[in-house]
Design a protein around this ligand. Structure first.
Ligand code: DQA
Length: 146
């Protein structure tokens, strides 16, 4: 049976490609989606890709996937640094969860060094651009295969 992974993207990631390309690169979110799907399909992994600028919609999506997915990858973007609601939603679901960031948040402003959501995930991958997504797919797979 194939592995199903939900990927959730938070606010302003819909503007990738145009948004601060010196930090986030030139790929659009659609291009990232395609690259991640290409990588995943070689491993018989299917990807559900979602983006919202609204905190409550992200909470709803986490609640909705519950046990219907085998793993979750989340780039909560700015909500990473503020959202107890997303932390609480993540704490409820018991599938492998990976927090990712395109940029190295520890090499940036101090307010980005703190993640509210890390406590509820298996691991964090940041600073690898598109590869943060790809590495997270491999991380979920390796947790599931253990
Ligand atoms: C980000 C890092 C966050 O600090 C920022 O607010 C984002 C994107 C990243 O992918 O590097 O919007 O999550």
């Amino acid at each position: 049976m194939s592995i199903k992974i939900q990927i959730i993207n938070g606010p302003n990631l819909n503007l990738l490609g145009k948004r601060e390309p010196d930090i986030y690169g030139h790929l659009t979110l659609d291009q990232i989606k395609l690259e991640v799907e290409k990588h995943a399909s070689k491993k018989n992994i299917s990807i559900n890709f979602y983006q919202s600028n609204i905190e409550g919609e992200i909470v709803n999506k986490i609640q909705e996937i519950s046990d219907s997915m085998d793993g979750l990858i989340i780039n909560a973007a700015a909500f990473t640094h503020t959202s107890v609601a997303i932390l609480d939603a993540l704490s409820i679901i018991k599938i492998p969860k990976i927090e990712i960031h395109i940029s190295n948040i520890f090499a940036r402003e101090e307010f980005r060094h703190k993640s509210m959501i890390s406590k509820a995930v298996n691991g964090v991958i940041c600073g690898f651009g598109l590869n943060s997504y790809i590495l997270a797919v491999d991380a979920v797979e390796s947790i599931l295969k253990k």
